[in-house]
Design a protein around this ligand. Sequence first.
Ligand code: IFM
Length: 441
Amino acid sequence: MAQATFKFPKDFMWGTATASHQVEGRNTNNNWYQWEQEGHIIPGHTCGLACDWWGGRWREDFDRAAEGGQNAHRLSLEWSRIQPTPDRWDEDALDYYRQVVRGLHERGMRPMVTLHHFTDPLWITEQGGWENEKTVGHFQAYVEKVVTALKEYVTFWCTINEPNVYATMGYLMGDFPPGKGDLGSAFQVMTNLLKGHAAAYHAIHKIQAEAEVGLVVNYRGMVPHRAWFPLDKLVAGLQSRTYNDFFPHAATTGKLKFPFKTLTVSEAQKTQDFLGINYYTQDRVSFSLLAVKELFGKRFFDPQDEVSETGFIANHPSGMYDAIKWGRQFNVPLIVTENGVEDSTGKLRPRYLIEHIHQIWRGLNHNWPVKGYFHWSLVDNFEWERGWTQRFGLWELDIETQTRTPRPSAELYAEICQNNALSSQMVEEYAPEVLEKLFPG
Ligand code: IFM
C-alpha cells in the first residue's frame, strides 16, 4: 500500500494535560484530601506523593514531554497552596509555580494554566464552597494574585476545569466532595461557577490585555438509546443541553438555561476567547421515571461497545468528531484540552490515540478551528475517587519507587508530535488493525 500522511496545521499545539492534586503530592489543605481522609475513595488508596511534582519531578517529566516533540503543556495551580488561609498568600508556592511555567518555556513548551481543577481550599469548603456566592469573590481575588505573579510566562488561561463534572459528581451523584445528591444545590453551584468564570475572565483581561481565556467542559455524546422512541430523544436532548451546552452557552450569551428556567448573568456574556473540550466517551440515554437526578434519562454504554480496562470509557472515536462539530456553534477557537484512556497494559491506547487524532484531522479538513490537542495524561496520576485503579499515562508510574516507564503510546505520540502528522507507517506499526479503515486501498 502507498504511504500516506495526515498533516496538521503549522503551529498546531501538541501537549499533555495534568492537574495539581493529581500530580503534585503532599496536598493536605484541600477538600479532596479531606474526602480521602474521610474514607470516600477506593479503600487503601491515597494520593500521597502522587507523581512527586511538588518534590521537583516535574522537571524529568517535562524533559520527556519535550524530547517527545510536545510544544505545549496544560497544568493546573493549587489554590489551597497559594492561599492556604483567607488572609495569607504563600509567596513560596507562587515561586514554585513560576519555576514550573518557566521550566516549560525553557523546554520549548507553551504553558496553558488551569486556575481551578476540582480542588478547593479547606477554608472555602468550610464556608460552603461553590454553593456560597461569596466564593466567586474569593476566586476572583486568587485569580488576580496568580495572574499578576505569572503573567510574564503565561498568557493562556483556563478558568475552571469541567464545571459540569464538578457540579454533577459533587452535588448530584455524590462521588466527589461534598457528596450531595440534590438538584437544587447542583444548579446553585453551576450558577456560582459560571459567575466565577466570568469574574476571572474580566479580571485576567484587566491585568493582561493579550490573554486568551476560556473554560473547559467535559463533552459526552448523548445518543437516544431507541432512536424511534420520542421520550429517549427528549431526555437525551435535555441531558446534553444541561451537561454539555450549559457552560459554553452561558459564557456566550449570558443566559443560564436550566431545564425549567433561564437566568441571566449579563457579565458572563462573551467571556470565552476559546473553548476547551475534554472528550473521552459517549453514552446511550433511555427514558426512566426512576432516574430523577439524571433528569429522567438513564445513561449507560451500549452493550456492543468496546470498553476500557475498568469499564470507565467506551471507545467511540467518531464522538471526537461530533464533539468538535458541536463546539463550532460557540464561534471561538476550539482546543481539545483532554482526551485519553485508562489502559495499564498499553493494549488499547495506541489505537484509541490514533483514531481520535484521525477524527480531529477530519474536522480540520472542514476548516473547523481546532488549535491543539492535549493528551490525558503525561504520566499515570491520581484518579480522584478511583485512586490509582486507572492508568491514563503515556508513561507508567510505579508509585512506590517513582520510576517512570514508557508505554508504547509514548513513542507513538512522540512520532505524531515530532512530525505534526499521523502517517500510515505509524498506524501500521502501532495499530495495524485499523490501517485499512484509516487509509483505504
Ligand atoms: O483525571 C481526570 C481529569 O482530572 C478531568 N478529566 C477526566 C480525567 C480522567 O478521568
